[in-house]
Design a protein around this ligand. Structure first.
Ligand SMILES: Nc1ncnc2c1ncn2[C@@H]1O[C@H](COP(=O)(O)OP(=O)(O)OP(=O)(O)O)[C@@H](O)[C@H]1O
Ligand SMILES: [Mg+2]
Length: 308
């Protein structure tokens, strides 16, 4: 079964898209079948990986992007997915196994103008369509905007895990706190559909520090985040397995350059930050194989880390 992971924080610009694209590319390079789903009307991951020329064509036609699956009879997720999305200029696949559900700016219409024809929330249509293709993947990663509106809800309803990328600063901590509350509210609101077996009801299970400057001491923001994670875990607001990733992504100019070149970082020259993405990908794999901690174990662990 595919692991379905939403990348979200209520704070914008923390690196949700960069982490998702680069970690997804590492997983694909290691032989996993990976689907990235762009749920953000800004279309950042789509423009990045399709590059402007291919994305503009899709965007101007209006067909082939995510919004079209919400128009009855137009397209399905299976129709619009772009296989092996990262290519050389001549079209040769550079990261085989990395697919994308692309979006365009029109996804914003889902939030206001769109009236669901069947009166069902859009995430149900999305969930049904994802079911048709999810067996093709080991990982499905949702690139969410910094909110829990309709597009985000599509990812959150389908996800069985949630990762919160964060910068080591106070605003990211606020973003983490807000998203925890909003996710719980959404889980509660969508419970009627889950009762009929739809959607796995995800909780936050990881916080990932991104853009960490090498010479900067981040112990204080890290400790504050750890404290909040422990608190929410005790209150059962996040998963009992939730933790801060041991690996962190360093701040590296090449991450920005990768966007301009339309490539994930691993397709560029051998940069140190690639190792960071690899370490996170390994941790992700390990997280899957670890049994859930017993309540006693997690209590001791939390008390210990709270006093670190
Ligand atoms: N590790 C990093 N080192 C340097 N720059 C980074 C790093 N990670 C992300 N960035 C840059 O920070 C900016 C924001 O990153 P990104 O778009 O991934 O954030 P986001 O959380 O997805 O933003 P949004 O909320 O707008 O969707 C981008 O310019 C990106 O290139
Ligand atoms: Mg983004």
């Amino acid at each position: 079964m595919a692991r379905k992971i939403a990348f979200i924080n209520y704070k914008g610009g923390v690196g949700k898209t960069s982490c998702l694209v680069n970690i997804g590319a590492v997983l694909a390079q290691q032989g996993k079948r990976v689907l990235l789903v762009d749920l953000d009307a800004q279309s950042n991951s789509s423009i990045w990986l399709m590059r402007v020329d291919r994305w503009t064509e899709l965007h101007t036609k209006g067909k082939g992007s995510l919004f079209s699956i919400f128009v009855p009879g137009e397209s399905t997720l299976g129709d619009i997915r772009v296989r092996d999305v990262v290519t050389e200029r001549d079209g040769r696949a550079l990261v085989p196994g990395l697919d994308l559900i692309p979006t365009g700016f029109n996804l914003i219409d889902l939030e206001q103008e769109y009236a669901p024809p069947d009166k069902e929330p859009p995430y149900l249509r999305f969930w049904k369509q994802l079911k048709e293709i999810e067996a093709d993947y080991d990982y499905i990663l949702f690139d969410c905007p910094p909110n829990v509106l309709r597009a985000s809800q599509c990812g959150l309803f389908c996800a069985n895990e949630v990762i919160v990328p964060a910068n080591p600063d106070a605003l990211s901590l606020i973003g983490f706190t807000l998203i925890t509350g909003k996710l719980l509210q959404f889980n509660e609101r969508s419970v009627t559909y889950r009762a009929t077996g739809m959607g796995p009801q995800a909780l936050i299970n990881g916080v990932l520090f991104n853009s960490v400057k090498t010479a900067t001491d981040i112990e204080v923001p890290k400790m504050r985040m750890q404290f909040r994670v422990n608190q929410f875990r005790n209150q059962k607001k996040i998963s009992s397995r939730a933790r801060i990733f041991h690996s962190m992504i360093r701040d590296a100019i090449v991450v920005r350059r990768a966007v301009t070149l339309g490539l994930p970082v691993l397709s560029m020259e051998n940069e140190g930050v690639i190792e960071d993405y690899r370490s996170v990908a390994s941790e992700l794999e390990e997280m899957n194989s670890q049994p859930a901690p017993s309540p006693l174990h997690s209590f001791h662990q939390q008390t210990a880390t709270a006093h670190e």
